[in-house]
Design a protein around this ligand. Structure first.
Ligand SMILES: [Zn+2]
Length: 105
């Protein structure tokens, strides 16, 4: 499971999923809460099982750990185009490198 980077886009979380076959390519996946469900948007490059939706929903829950997040997840086939006004954040559930250095010092 390789999530390279993450951004906050308003209420949405955007994840850069690395391609397993070509590690220099990544696919943006956007996840946000819409009323009573989570919506995961991306154009899936995978012809087999798509792990992006499941992983995006899991990371969204981790990101919003302090509040209840709906169980239902709906996948939407829509391209996600990265925008410069999105704020880069640490990938949820990971410890940023700088903090890791301090902790292990
Ligand atoms: Zn996918």
């Amino acid at each position: 499971m390789i999530i390279a980077r993450a951004w906050q886009a308003g209420n949405a979380l955007v994840l850069a999923c690395l391609s397993r076959s070509s590690p220099e390519t990544f696919y943006p996946v956007l996840v946000r809460q819409v009323r009573d469900h989570l919506e995961v948007e991306h154009i899936c490059p995978s012809r087999n099982e798509c792990w992006h939706v499941r992983e995006a929903a899991r990371l969204y829950r981790e990101w919003r750990w302090w509040e209840p997040v709906p169980e239902r997840v709906v996948a939407v086939r829509r391209p996600v185009v990265l925008r410069p006004d999105w704020v880069e954040i640490p990938v949820p559930g990971t410890v940023p490198e700088e903090i890791e250095k301090v902790l292990s010092a």
